[in-house]
Design a binder for this molecule. Sequence first.
Ligand SMILES: NC(=O)c1ccc[n+]([C@@H]2O[C@H](COP(=O)([O-])OP(=O)(O)OC[C@H]3O[C@@H](n4cnc5c(N)ncnc54)[C@H](OP(=O)(O)O)[C@@H]3O)[C@@H](O)[C@H]2O)c1
Length: 227
Amino acid sequence: MKTLAAAFFLFIGCVSPTLADTIAIIGTGNVAKALGPEFAALGHTIVYGSRSPDSEKTQDLVSGTPGQASAALPSRAIVDADIVVLAVPGLLVEEITRDLGDLSGKIIIDPTNPLVGDWDTEMELGVDSSNTQIIQNVAPSAFVVKAFSTLNWRQMVEPGGAISIPIAGDSDAAKQRVAELISGMGLEPMDLGPVKNAHWIEGMTIVWLNNRKSDRPDFEYHLRRID
Ligand SMILES: NC(=O)c1ccc[n+]([C@@H]2O[C@H](COP(=O)([O-])OP(=O)(O)OC[C@H]3O[C@@H](n4cnc5c(N)ncnc54)[C@H](OP(=O)(O)O)[C@@H]3O)[C@@H](O)[C@H]2O)c1
């Protein structure tokens, strides 16, 4: 694995534990399995929020995550978290966010895509605004940041080359924290502005997925910064 072992080593040697965050990852699917161990390897403490925290599947994920990882029901997992990752089905974010309880002051990372369609048809966005905007409306005192929605979970772990992670959110401080996580994983954050722009980032995923299903060339997003 690319960064994981090396980054964990770096953390043990160099990073002050006072800089470590507690990160609740809601969900135990593909994205949770990619991001949890990666964030843990950067020195953060991971709590998985699962509907079945004691299941073999969840406990396997906990054991495969560096550091003091644990699992709890979602509404419990967020309580002590500085950062919450919603690695959940994209059409369920409103109810899942509501059920989490008080998210005030927390950074919420939203990797979700509100996808409608399947692999035999063209994908479309299933919401008019964006999942990020919906989450921000449900949790107005949280700092929601769109990130990690425009690439496959495998490339979160093994990028295989330069890949940009477009981010959007209304808090510059929250975006900076998320950008540090992204850079730590060997990916390239690109700030695309406020929450309202998350709609277009979700659209980038639609273009990317529909392209993958066509006979046109497959690609990853890599945005060249002009300083
Ligand atoms: N797969 C990718 O490569 C990829 C890449 C970028 C973004 N995304 C987006 O990231 C999100 C998560 O994707 P994923 O591939 O990790 O999904 P997934 O494998 O289906 O996992 C989703 C997780 O959500 C949790 N969950 C909570 N409530 C649920 C409910 N009512 N029904 C089903 N699951 C529920 C489940 O964990 P528990 O059973 O433990 O509760 C489940 O493991 C999606 O919105 C997707 O569009 C996916």
